[in-house]
Design a protein around this ligand. Sequence first.
Ligand SMILES: Nc1ncnc2c1ncn2[C@@H]1O[C@H](COP(=O)(O)OP(=O)(O)OP(=O)(O)O)[C@@H](O)[C@H]1O
Ligand SMILES: O=P(O)(O)OC[C@@]1(O)O[C@H](CO)[C@@H](O)[C@@H]1O
Length: 307
Amino acid sequence: MIYTITCNPSLDYVMNLPQLETGRVNRTVSTQLYPGGKGINVSIVLQNLGLASTALGFAGGFTGKELTHRLKQLGCRADFINIPGETRINVKLQTSEMTDVNAAGPAIPQEAVTQLFAKLNTLQSGDTLVLAGAIPKSLPSDYYEQILTYISKKDVRVVVDATRELLTDTLPCHPFLMKPNEQELGEIFGKELHTAADVTACAQELQKRGAQNVLVSIGAHGALFAAADGMVLSSAPPKGTAVNAVGAGDSMVAGFLYGLEQSGSYTKAFRWGLAAGSATAYQPWLTKKAEVEALLNGFSFSPVTEF
Ligand SMILES: Nc1ncnc2c1ncn2[C@@H]1O[C@H](COP(=O)(O)OP(=O)(O)OP(=O)(O)O)[C@@H](O)[C@H]1O
Ligand SMILES: O=P(O)(O)OC[C@@]1(O)O[C@H](CO)[C@@H](O)[C@@H]1O
């Protein structure tokens, strides 16, 4: 079984408007409301690809109820811990570019923090756990590390998609896969990354520090994968027109896990991850399986050099 943990989920309110004029009344052309949060997006795309998962995390208020309802409508299993506050609404202002306005989210009471560990007792060896997204300030800054330590006796495959110390603090637990984007990877090493060689060097440094596999997404430029067996792959994405890249990285994680589950091959997993990320970017919301398969049809890698 695959579990995802989203400590700070959201409803994503996409507002499409011709341009944004601050200090003025702006009127939208259209709006959409989606269930959101990185781990939740992974669960939704896994479900779309045909892989079941359980979405764990914290949810509360009428927004939390709506989030749970929409996940169930999508066929996803949600097992959130109910909290007193209200699950946040993240605004995505789509003009000629996407501007995210992400709310801080509700405080997580101590009893809920503890309750999550009890949920983890159901994890079995051979399961996969995806930790994805930012955590609210009310959670300890090493919460992901605490979770990995708590399950360390179980042979669980852990995936981490986070930033800065939230990501690097998990390195001693030897996570199976880390999925930063190139900007997040560069931040860890205090540099801007613009070549495949630089990305490879930083990804391999993360492996030296404990990560087994490192998948670095590079937006429209594609992605680079440093595998545990030393293989390094990179590729520009399959061709298409960008519409909304929100959730592309989460879709990449889901595609990678699906490809690995189906084939046992890192190369095929990378292909599925790349195509799932781009398939999401090429449409208004998260991809379904058919769009990923269409991008994979006839697709071959074209290695990334610089960007
Ligand atoms: N504009 C784009 N055109 C083509 N493919 C894209 C585009 N944006 C993203 N992708 C695909 O999705 C993958 C992940 O994108 P990105 O690097 O933006 O992830 P991310 O920053 O983690 O995104 P998020 O945090 O919103 O999920 C890329 O490696 C690529 O395959
Ligand atoms: O505030 P975080 O957790 O860093 O990011 C939250 C978020 O922007 O990430 C997802 C896209 O990856 C969206 O569904 C959601 O609104």
